[in-house]
Design a protein around this ligand. Structure first.
Ligand code: FAD
Length: 297
């Protein structure tokens, strides 16, 4: 189903993100766990793509496996950095053949060893390629960065770039993870001021370990880790179970506040684990195994 129709069906979107595992063991663990995610009846799930095509086959295989074997509605991420036009065309054709309705269109990070020699400079170019593809009419999502994208320190210019992406025709926007709701609320207002009215889905990632938090800080450059969050985590840093509880509680409180403010949707970066998301569902009041999007219809 196109996300624009999912947005009509579900007052609040709840979506989950997976990555294609590298090992057979990881693959089996995720596919065995899909039924646990299914019980939560998300609006859709998305599958990451390794920039430059490093997970091209695995992303497609996981997307197709989810589409054929579960009730989940999978959305592939696609990055354009390093790709030639004919490669993007053949990936789009594969998804069209597999009956996939939507894509999350991204640029991907520029490799640290220098410029890529692909045909695309920015996600906006990929959006054009998707709309220009004649084999299917995909719904298109994009990424947004409430706390800024490291490559464009000028936040006004960054909003201009975001607006020009939106103006190419997109159905939804999913944000980078954040831990500070005030930054998100303020940025949503800034988007409104420049005329961006695309539904914004808030990206939430519960911290489950101190090492994981440090990895996130690296991956999501610019993300703010508020002092009270750090203080609560470090208070229990020698007790992994307490660290996890603090991180999950923080995420649950973020979600509750986002819902109170009428957020259009929440996207969970699950790291292929269902337990933290289930705990957040419970903390929000959802009876075990129930869907949240239903509660908001
Ligand atoms: P763009 O929108 O192209 O922006 C990239 C930078 O270029 C920004 O700083 C922007 O301000 C600037 N810019 C844009 N247009 C112009 C212009 N015309 N002139 C000058 N500067 C310009 N990465 C992956 O590799 N795989 C994934 O699966 C993946 N999934 C993600 C999912 C989400 C929800 C998010 C938030 C990010 C994800 N990323 C993923 C990371 C993302 O690819 C990187 O952060 C990347 O650097 C930016 O991608 P973008 O699509 O926002 O790029």
């Amino acid at each position: 189903m196109h996300v624009r129709d999912i947005l009509k069906r579900d007052k609040t979107i709840f979506s989950f993100e997976f990555f294609p595992p590298n090992t057979e063991k990881g693959w089996n663990a995720l596919t065995n766990r899909l039924s646990e995610f299914e019980e939560l009846e998300p609006s859709y799930v998305s599958v990451t793509y390794g920039a430059g095509g490093t997970t091209r086959t695995k992303t497609r295989d996981l997307v197709c496996q989810i589409a054929s074997n579960t009730e989940l509605d999978p959305i592939p991420h696609l990055t354009c950095v390093g790709h030639k036009k004919d490669e993007i065309h053949s990936i789009l054709q594969e998804y069209a053949d597999a009956g996939i309705d939507n894509l999350l269109a991204l640029r991907g990070d520029i490799p640290t060893h220098g410029c890529s020699d692909g045909d695309y400079s920015y996600a906006a170019d990929l959006i054009d390629a998707i709309h220009g593809f004649e084999g299917a009419s995909f719904g298109v999502g994009i990424a947004g960065f409430p706390e800024g994208h490291p490559e464009t320190p000028n936040r006004l210019v960054q909003l201009d770039h975001l607006k020009s992406k939106v103006d190419r025709g997109v159905d939804w926007m999913c944000t980078q993870l954040f831990f500070d709701n005030n930054a998100f609320f303020d940025w949503c207002q800034q988007c409104e001021l420049v005329g961006i009215d695309t539904p914004i889905i808030a990206g939430i990632m519960p911290i489950t370990t101190i090492a994981g938090m440090r990895r996130m800080a690296e991956l999501a450059g610019g993300a703010n880790f508020p002092a009270p969050l750090q203080q609560r985590l470090y208070r229990f840093q020698d007790d992994p179970e307490s660290v996890r509880r603090v991180g999950v509680n923080w995420a649950a409180q973020q979600c509750a506040q986002l819902l109170d403010h009428g957020v259009r949707g929440i996207h969970f970066f699950t790291m292929n684990q269902s337990s933290a998301t289930e705990e957040i569902y419970k903390a929000l009041g959802a009876p075990s195994g129930s869907k949240l999007r239903g509660l908001h219809e």
